[in-house]
Structure formats: C-alpha cells, structure tokens
Write a protein that binds this ligand. Structure first.
Ligand code: TPP
Ligand code: MG
Length: 369
C-alpha cells in the first residue's frame, strides 16, 4: 500500500478542533511555524548571528549523519553487533528540537536515538564505546545502540519498547512539577507508538495534570514494514493528541529551522506552565528500519523522492543561497568529523569489556537499609 502523504512537506497546521481547545486553556496561538526570520531589514550583525547559528545546526546534523554512516561500516565489518536503527534522513528533528531545550531539561527517546544522544551532549567517545559494548560506554556497555543512557545530561534512554518512553516522560514531568522545577521533558517516539494504549493513557494524564512534556512524534510514515496509512484510521497524528485538549501541530520535519521554530514556541509554553504540547514531525528514514531489515515494503522511487528533501542538503542550499557557506566549508566540517570519529573508534576498540565476575551486577538493586 502506498502512503497517503507525498514528500511535499505539509506546512505546519493546527490539528483538530485546536482553536476551541486552546481557547479553553487560554493559551496563545502558536507562531506561524515554517516562516523564516522576522521579515524586514536585518542588520549585518543579525545576519552574522544567523549564519553562525545555521553553521552550528549544519555541524550537528552532519555529526549524526557521519556517526551513523561509520556505524554501518563498523557493523558490516563485524565490529559492532546487535540491533542498530539508523536515523539518517531524520536529523533535523533531533537537532531542531534540542535547540529549544536547556541542560536542565530532560530527553526520553526510542531505540533510534543516536542523534538525540549526540546533540544532547553525551560525548562521542562514550556513545561509540557503547556501540562496542565496552564498559567505557555511556551505559557501561550493557545497553548497546538501543539503550544509550546518561543521567548526567538528563538523557533517559534509549528505550526499545515501542511507546515505552511515554510513561517515563510523563513520570519525570510529574516529578518536576511536584518539585516546582520549570523543566521540560522532551519525549521522542515514532508513529507506531500512537497505536499503543499507553500513548492514550499518557496523553490523557499529561493533559489532565498539565504536565511539562513536549511530545515529539517522529512520523516517518512507517512502523517497521507497516505504513501509517495501513495501521491508523486517522493519519494526521496531531489530531489524535489534540483530542486530549493539548495544542498539537504538524511540522515539516525535514526543515531544521521550521522544527526549531515550532519547538521553541512549544517549549516556551510548556515551560511557563501551559501544560503539554504535541508536535508531529513529518519526516522520513532514508535507510531500512534496522540493519536486519531488507526494506521490501516501500518503493525505491518513494525513497529517492524523499531524499530530494534531505535536511542537510536543504540547509546547505539555503546557506549557499544566502552566501553563508563557503565552497570548501562542508569538506572542512567533514574532515573534522572524520578525525573525531577515528579517535572515538580508536578509544572504543581499546576499552575493556565487562569481566564475567561482575556480569550480574545491576540485575537487582542493592538492599536498602
Ligand atoms: C511494544 C512493542 N511492540 C512491538 C515491538 C517491535 N517493534 C520494534 S520497532 C517497531 C516499529 C515502531 O515504529 P515507530 O514507532 O514508527 O518508530 P520508527 O522505527 O519508525 O522510528 C516495532 C513494532 C516493540 N519493540 N515493542
Ligand atoms: Mg515510524
């Protein structure tokens, strides 16, 4: 079955009967996502700041892309094992949303979380070592690709259960609210999670208790081999969330600036006590579901069509047009990334494996006095 939506990305739009719901909760109407910087004259200084910001976004997306391309090589060479789910094509989502978060905020993600972990600031060496299952990895080598974790940066997984991160995020947000902290928990999950019962329980509780959660649904049109249109009666996923009385928006997830703008607006309202906010980020994975997946459920032509909307190429083109990207800039960033990755791989290869004697550590929590 072919998906109902074409790659022509939909401009941001409120979902469902959002107006009435927003009026009831007396929240401000969301800004027009997808618009560029404020119209009118832009000073040279502001232009310079924009250029530096765009370069930063480009570097972050390239870090994720090059990291994962390297993972493919290492996996094929038998150096890393287990399940590996690539985020290639979806980088604008993690990078754009992270712009709206502070170090005090929390992130909960899925098994497709390399990008979220890297932009959150978990050191590249610790992420790479985790891919190798070494004790120097961010999860002590016990998690691997699907279970990256780092309490220090408030990165609470890496969760392999579809929809499993949702109740965690709601719980973290409840704790923050009870403590009176003005923190946001950004919860990333796929379109597949929307079909889970816990999705609806979590939407309901978060809206009912006005919890500070930014729900980020990464709608890449497929849950493994099942197209959204085959599994969901309502394919506008933001409409599902809007029915719980929270502001819910669809955003072009291939446009990092549109994602950033929407996330900044949403995070601001969440942080100021406005309750949860839902973003449906319309995106696409260029690679198969995982390294094991032969990818036979979608047309090659569809994949090629979406690749024309590559978020990295799109930002680079925009920067070139604005005179913000020198001809050799991409090559220079890539050279930097290659050197960083080589060092991280070297360090991961040399890291120790967990010794057999301590293998069952952490299986049970120590007895409390
Ligand atoms: C509760 C549960 N059911 C089934 C699976 C098997 N499974 C792993 S990934 C996946 C698809 C999820 O798709 P989606 O939520 O759209 O995320 P995406 O992989 O597209 O990022 C499924 C069904 C699982 N891990 N957990
Ligand atoms: Mg999906």
């Amino acid at each position: 079955m072919s998906p109902r939506r074409s790659p022509a990305t939909t401009p941001a739009a409120p979902a469902g009967d959002g107006q009435a719901q927003r009026a009831r909760r007396s929240r401000k109407a969301p800004a027009g996502q997808g618009r560029g910087p404020a119209a009118g004259r832009v000073s040279r200084q502001a232009k310079g700041a924009d250029a530096a910001h765009h370069a930063d976004l480009l570097r972050q997306m390239l870090l994720i892309r090059r990291f994962e391309e390297k993972c493919v090589e290492l996996y094929s060479a038998g150096e890393i094992h287990g399940f590996v789910h690539l985020y290639i094509g979806e980088e604008a989502v993690a990078v754009g949303v992270n712009q709206a978060l502070t170090p005090d905020d929390a992130i909960v993600s899925t098994y497709r979380e390399h990008g979220h972990a890297l932009v959150r600031g978990i050191p590249l060496e610790a992420v790479m070592a985790e891919m190798y299952g070494k004790t120097t990895g961010c999860s002590g080598g016990r998690g691997g690709s699907m279970h990256l974790f780092d309490a220090g940066t408030r990165f609470y997984g890496g969760n392999a259960i579809v929809g499993g991160g949702l109740p965690l995020a709601v719980g973290i947000a409840l704790a923050d609210k009870m403590r009176g902290d003005s923190r946001v928990t950004a919860c990333f999950f796929g379109d597949g999670a929307v079909a889970e019962g816990e999705f609806h329980e979590c939407m309901n509780l978060a809206a009912l208790w006005e919890l500070p959660v930014l729900f980020c649904c990464e709608n890449n049109l497929y849950a493994m081999g099942t197209a959204v249109a085959r599994a969901q009666a309502q394919t506008d996923l933001a409409v599902r969330a809007a029915s719980y009385g929270m502001p819910a928006w669809a955003v072009d997830g291939m446009d990092v600036l549109a994602v950033e703008q929407a996330a900044r607006h949403a995070a601001e309202t969440v942080r100021s006590g406005g309750g949860p906010h839902f973003l449906e980020l319309r995106t696409y994975r260029f690679r198969a579901h995982s390294m094991y997946d032969p990818d036979r459920y979608r047309d090659k032509a569809e994949v090629e069509e979406w690749k024309k909307h590559d978020p990295i190429d799109a930002l680079a083109a925009r920067m070139r047009e604005a005179g913000e990207l020198a001809d050799d800039a991409l090559a220079a960033i890539d050279a930097d990334r290659a050197a960083q990755l080589a060092a991280a791989i070297e360090s991961a290869r040399g890291g120790p494996l967990e010794p057999l004697e301590t293998l069952t550590r952490f299986v049970y929590s120590p007895r409390q006095p």
